[in-house]
Design a binder for this molecule. Structure first.
Ligand SMILES: NC(=O)c1ccc[n+]([C@@H]2O[C@H](COP(=O)([O-])OP(=O)(O)OC[C@H]3O[C@@H](n4cnc5c(N)ncnc54)[C@H](O)[C@@H]3O)[C@@H](O)[C@H]2O)c1
Length: 267
């Protein structure tokens, strides 16, 4: 599906990013893993190369525009072109300090913004010139349902995800006619290693109660499949779209799960 195509995946060493890297590599793409985790990126690249794929790890802190620019230049010089960019990295370690507005330090906001949102803007800005020259390119932003609804917590994170949705529509609108498609996925709960480890049984139950499919969360491959589809020519008539991969989490009113449990109690 992606024979000869070159794809950059930020945060490609773990979770959704790693599943996407593997999916691209299996489909014939040459993949750049741009992750702050040097060992994780190197291991992922070695595994793919060992299985007959082609991957290159370029250690990158996406909070730093300079490092993004160098990573894109290196991709160009090694592989000669860039067809796909997946803006997936996010500074999830900051979530612990990211609470409601009155309880979130400006510094946490700033770091979250640079890692989650500015990074996607800068990376898009760096790859667009060569994509425009080719007259084709696909950008997929990994957003979140947190950017589509209000919450008590994760103030900075949610704001960056909402901004990613807007970035998606802005890029699609301005460059669509020139062959660039820019779409986003908005996952709900995804059982990537970090997210899974932090789930207590009661929280898992809340997700199960609010999920409209049997599973309480997605596995990373289920999100990677949608990212891969959006990056492929099969999605050639989809542009500026934000696709929720959330088991229906935002498809129903929030009190449905509570009413259901009362109905069950009442028999
Ligand atoms: N897991 C979920 O429940 C969930 C839900 C909605 C959205 N998402 C989004 O999916 C994306 C991937 O999350 P995941 O669950 O796979 O997490 P993960 O922790 O498994 O992967 C995140 C990757 O990003 C890398 N990273 C972190 N900061 C970076 C930086 N500054 N520069 C470069 N790389 C950096 C990490 O090293 C890691 O490899 C994120 O954008 C996240 O917001 C996840």
């Amino acid at each position: 599906m992606f024979e000869g195509k070159v794809a950059i995946v930020t945060g490609g060493a773990s979770g959704i990013g790693l599943a996407t890297v593997e999916c691209f590599a299996r489909s014939g793409a040459l993949v750049v893993i741009a992750d702050i985790d040097a060992n994780g990126g190197e291991n992922a690249a070695q595994n793919i190369n060992g299985e007959g794929g082609r991957a290159l790890s370029i250690t990158t802190d996406v909070s730093d525009p300079e490092q993004i620019s160098e990573m894109v230049e290196k991709t160009q010089s090694v592989f000669g072109r860039i067809d796909i960019l997946v803006n997936n990295a996010a500074a999830l370690s900051l979530l612990i300090e990211d609470d409601h507005l009155l309880n979130t330090e400006i510094d946490v906001w700033d770091q979250t913004y640079r890692a989650n949102q500015q990074s996607a803007m800068v990376a898009s800005k760096c790859v667009l010139p060569s994509m425009l020259e080719q007259g084709a390119g696909a950008i997929v932003n990994v957003s979140s349902v947190d950017g589509m609804s209000g919450d008590d917590t994760r103030f900075a994170y949610a704001m960056t995800k909402a901004a990613l949705n807007q970035l998606t529509m802005m890029v699609a609108t301005r460059y669509g006619k020139q062959g660039i498609r820019c779409n986003a996925v908005a996952p709900g709960l995804v059982l990537s290693p970090a997210a899974d480890a932090g789930l207590t049984p009661p929280v898992q139950q809340v997700f199960a109660d609010n999920s409209l499919v049997p599973a309480h969360g997605a596995v990373p491959d289920e999100v990677a499949a949608v990212i891969t589809f959006l990056a492929s020519t099969q999605a050639s008539f989809i542009n500026g779209e934000i696709i929720r991969v959330d088991g229906g989490l935002l498809s129903h009113v929030s009190h449905l799960a509570g009413i259901r449990s009362i109905a069950n109690t009442d028999g």
